[in-house]
Design a binder for this molecule. Structure first.
Ligand code: SAH
Length: 500
């Protein structure tokens, strides 16, 4: 037994889409102390690692800082010797053109134990995402993965192009973009017909995926220097004829567009997932931050006196979460709500309640304070109502219920604060017109975005969740391109898709 218990796990990170990772890979990433990743790995994949885990990029061609294999081995072994759980995250599958054997040999020499978790290799992702079957009952009974970059110091046999040309199936070239003029010509010189169909799939499984259809004869021209940059997979063979210009992947409604999600960080998950599923490339720049109320006392008093109220009215999901969290902190639980009836302003608020096993007694058809007042007044007349709200909520509920003679009290449960400075990369992307849509999901967010980005907001189309949010944007001189008909996240996405 070695004197340390560090272990290295090779994890195949898949082709790019962060969802294309095995369950075991995700589990091991979540437990890692340190992750060494290749430049082709999508950085979003690193979100599966613990925030405290160290994440080390092993260099990229772009910034010209690539570690040698010996340096990589040294770092990995050193971490394992310290007793750390090391993940070596490699693009696609670790065993396909990934120098796995060299890394394993170094670990074995150093007495470090290891595990290998496979991943989806780029050829398979290109096949599924560009709609090209790599094998076919009539047209290809076998498939070969071929490197376009022969290892220069390799002894003996180089790729045998006479055998490759006669290969009775599909050839899939990795790392073949810059070298295509060499290998395509070699294949033809050894008898592969110039009319052999070819498909190039660049950035497969990512929102930037693009596909070029051509033939072997035209390939040197199509891939001549500077025309198409790596990474790309080149599929050579009759199956390439099977591809159609639109696949399930590229025909998703928002494919090719870039959307900025501006919700508070802890709330952006659902919208990011939905946009991604619709095919958009998603950027995140929270415009506001939500925290518990600075002064707890009014809420604590209200919680102490819960038995005194007949109705609890929640005007947002945040209100539900911060109210119940404080109730719990004070030592209480759901039983303290006793016979209080519960009103929610809209479906997201009702869903937040439901997630805590609380049924909503009243919810208006339209996600708006005025609609809630209309429904609540007849039921709450002569009763005591507690409004649980954010620091920047509207006064409509309090005022209208008060005017209707209802005994109403309101308490600030959470506060929202503007984020003042945008991430420089996001600001630059917006400034240069690389953002297609900005989602604006509340009036507070609208105001914050106007202050954060100013005139640059005109570089993208704004999508407002409700007429109220739209009016904040309009008044500031930035009329939205679309306004949701139903004032929910789904309603907003529907409006964007409708305008696409
Ligand atoms: N181990 C990796 C391959 C590493 S070699 C795997 O199994 O996929 C790097 C080459 O992989 C690139 O030059 C390119 O040919 C291919 N590649 C990796 N990711 C790709 C992607 N998202 N789209 C197209 N090709 C990709």
């Amino acid at each position: 037994m070695p004197p340390f218990h560090g272990k290295v796990t090779f994890v195949g990170a898949g082709p790019g889409d962060p969802e294309l990772l095995t369950l075991r890979g995700a589990e091991v990433l979540g437990q890692a102390d340190i992750v060494f990743y290749d430049y082709l790995v999508n950085p979003l994949q690193l979100r599966r690692a613990a925030p405290a885990a160290q994440k080390v990029c092993l260099g990229s061609h772009r910034d010209g800082r690539i570690l040698s294999q010996a340096e990589i081995n040294k770092h990995v072994i050193c971490a394992a010797h310290k007793g750390q759980q090391v993940v070596r995250l490699k693009g696609g599958d670790p065993s396909i053109f990934g120098r796995l054997s060299e890394e394993i040999a170094a670990l074995e020499d150093a007495g470090v134990s290891y595990e290998i978790i496979p991943g989806i290799t780029a050829a398979l992702a290109a096949s599924s995402h560009a709609g090209i079957p790599l094998t076919h009952r009539q047209r290809a009974s076998c498939v070969a993965f071929v490197t376009g970059q022969e290892c220069r110091d390799k002894e003996g046999a180089e790729l045998d192009f006479s055998k490759l040309s006669a290969f009775p199936g599909t050839l899939v070239f990795y790392m073949g973009v810059t070298t295509a003029p060499v290998w395509a010509v070699e294949l033809m010189a050894h008898g592969k017909p110039a009319k052999t169909p070819v498909v190039i799939v660049r950035h497969c499984s990512l929102p930037a995926q693009c596909t070029v259809r051509t033939t072997l004869g035209q390939l040197p021209e199509v891939l001549s220097p500077g025309k198409l940059r790596p990474p790309a997979i080149v599929i050579v063979g009759d199956v390439a004829e099977e591809s159609s210009s639109h696949t399930w992947f590229t025909s998703r409604p928002l494919f090719g567009s870039r959307a900025l999600v501006t919700r508070a960080a802890h709330q952006s998950g659902t919208m990011v997932d939905q946009l991604t599923e619709l095919g958009a490339s998603v950027l995140m720049q929270p415009a506001i931050e939500i925290t518990a109320a600075a002064d707890h006392r009014p809420l604590d008093t209200a919680i102490d006196n819960l038995a005194h109220y007949d109705w609890l009215v929640f005007s947002s999901a945040n209100g539900v979460q911060y109210f119940l969290a404080r109730l719990r902190q004070l030592g209480g639980d759901l039983r303290r709500l006793g016979s209080c009836r519960i009103a929610a302003i809209g479906p997201a608020t009702a869903a937040a309640l439901e997630a805590c096993f609380l049924r909503t007694d009243l919810q208006p058809d339209e996600n708006r304070a005025e609609a809630l007042v209309e429904k609540l007044v007849p039921l709450a007349t002569g009763k005591r109502v507690l409004l649980l709200r954010g620091s920047r909520g509207r006064e409509v509920l309090q005022e209208s219920l008060g005017e209707a003679g209802i005994d109403v009290e309101q308490v600030v449960v959470y506060q929202s604060r503007d984020i003042e400075q945008a991430e420089p990369t996001i600001a630059a992307a917006l400034h240069s017109g690389e953002v297609d849509w900005i989602t604006v999901t509340s009036s507070a967010i609208a105001g914050s975005l106007v202050r954060m980005f100013g005139e640059d907001l005109k570089q993208a189309r704004l999508a407002a969740i409700s007429p109220l949010t739209a009016s904040v944007l309009e008044e500031a001189g930035f009329p939205p391109a679309v306004v949701a008909k139903e004032y929910t996240t789904s309603g907003l996405l529907e409006a964007i898709v409708g305008e696409q």
